[in-house]
Design a protein around this ligand. Sequence first.
Ligand code: ADP
Ligand code: MG
Length: 268
Amino acid sequence: MSEIITIANQKGGVGKTTTAVNLAASLAVAEKKVLLIDADPQANATTHYGFHRNDYEYNIYHALTGIKKLSDVVLQTSVANLDIVPSNIGLVGVEKEFYDKDVESRELVLKKQIKTIQSKYDYIIIDSPPALGLITINALGASNSVIIPIQCEFFALEGLAQLLNTIKLIKKTINPKLNIKGFLPTMYSSANNLSKQVYADLMQHFKNKLFTLKEDAISEEDFIYIPRNVKLAESPSFGKPVIMYDVKSIGSIAYQNLAGAIVGARVG
Ligand SMILES: Nc1ncnc2c1ncn2[C@@H]1O[C@H](COP(=O)(O)OP(=O)(O)O)[C@@H](O)[C@H]1O
Ligand SMILES: [Mg+2]
């Protein structure tokens, strides 16, 4: 059985794409069969893997609108065991095309498409756009769980209540099995007091939803966060996940640890 995980937070710039790209790569390097679905019209996950507009004819838009089957838009990445469904700015038009469908079917288009290829993969990771619109609802409707990156900066928890409400609503309506897999503190900097404060708040309120390095995590070092690391910011311009760019960097190690926690189902 494959596990489908959406990376969601309606705020932009919190580390969704970085998490989707590098978690997917780390799972693939750990010999899991992985599909990364880029469901953001900005297509940052697609370019992070070195694909440019002219490299592929079809993208997720064509699968969501029924022009192509999802299996027809899958591309192989440079990482063994890792495929990607690319995106494109044209995806912004998809919500408009859904309006003539009834609610159930317009919110479950992606789920139906994923069902056709699900058995080929151990993990399907979905990168979502910075909005709580129909695309994100489709991603959450198709998923077993959601990972919420929380940027360790000012206003970190702003908007979180709205996201949690959306998840609750989706659970009540189209996807009862959806659960919150965990919160992931991102861009943590130990030199920054604010960063430390946000992390301390997360530890206090959501400790049981933070990923851990080992079973029975107790001390702060047993919990997983993603540090601010320049290698994570540089690797997209080389068209590679960080594990192929600088495997020993602290950013790479953090995402490998996250993959380990997910394979071992470890949260606090
Ligand atoms: N841990 C990190 N350390 C340094 N830079 C990061 C880190 N995580 C993300 N970034 C950078 O921050 C920016 C926003 O991250 P991104 O993953 O694109 O966020 P989102 O998908 O939520 O909009 C990108 O330029 C990315 O390279
Ligand atoms: Mg993004």
